[in-house]
Design a protein around this ligand. Sequence first.
Ligand code: IPM
Ligand code: MG
Length: 351
Amino acid sequence: MTQTLLLLPGDGIGPEVASAAARIAEVVAPDLAIESDLVGGAAYDAHGTPLTDDTLARAHASDAVLMGAVGGPKWTDAPRDKRPEMGLLRLRKELDVFANLRPAFCFPALAAASSLKPHLVEGLDIMIVRELTGGVYFGEPRGIDTGPDGVRRGYETSIYTAPEIARVTRVAFEIARGRSGKMTSVEKSNVMESGLFWRQEVTAVHAAEGEGVALSHMLADACAMELVRDPTQFDVILAGNLFGDILSDAAAMLTGSIGMLPSASIGAPGRPGLFEPVHGSAPDIAGQGIANPCAAILSLEMALRWSLGRTEAANRVRDGVARALEGGARTRDLGGTLTTDGMCEAVLAAL
Ligand code: IPM
Ligand code: MG
């Protein structure tokens, strides 16, 4: 049966990098049916909502979803529940892709492009497992209103249930076992009840099912510090939605450029995963054709590996990007001069 990849290019540089990834897909997986639809601000402009029910149904029916990016200044004044980001959050929630895998991998050719000294990032290979469909991102109640004391306030709820923590912890265990076995769970158990509960639950799941995994715990602020002090001490980092969001941006920069980093969001086996570059829509460079397509191309690599069961094609993409970099291919964010198309051509040549 033909496998379907649903492309949701989105906004800003999203369409530029997504089309580069589609060109690579046509080469490494020529039998893959690639479909395309709108999400984010592009969908809001066309349909008045950042994610239509029809697009959501197509996502459910596909084998994998590859996103570009969403958002931009154009939609700052859109109604809050119709903002581009809401399309992405709804997609994550509805597809129930609760485990977000964010590798921070330093290609040897890029050690000098890191903001840290090369010897600190040489051999860097971290996998951040971020819980993606719970926590403070979705907790209720939330709002901006006037409290009973007549004082205006803004608030949300940081809440995790035991099953939510257990399922993402199991994914992290499985990934850790396929690597060094080392795993660091991150929270703020010193100040947050939900953080203390997170630590307790991860510890309990580890005691019952953590065979082969060396688990340690770290407070999120300390983890941020350690990530820039001595990043290669980490292998798998498990975090909730908000801390995972923040730490993955920091880890991304260690690798030379956020333009290099892909992500995979996966749920139950057999359900379509959602794959997206970690970088945003980068409105400042959108439309210029200079965005680094590597994060999108490597997100395709993760789709091939995690949702489509095409390990060989995935390895080919990964090696292709590595060889293009070794050959000196660099976009502007990496200190080079190549355009998006130029970088894509370099990867195609390396394939
Ligand atoms: C990310 C982004 C999103 C998030 C935004 C765009 C909603 O920062 O994927 O890291 O906060 O999850
Ligand atoms: Mg983020």
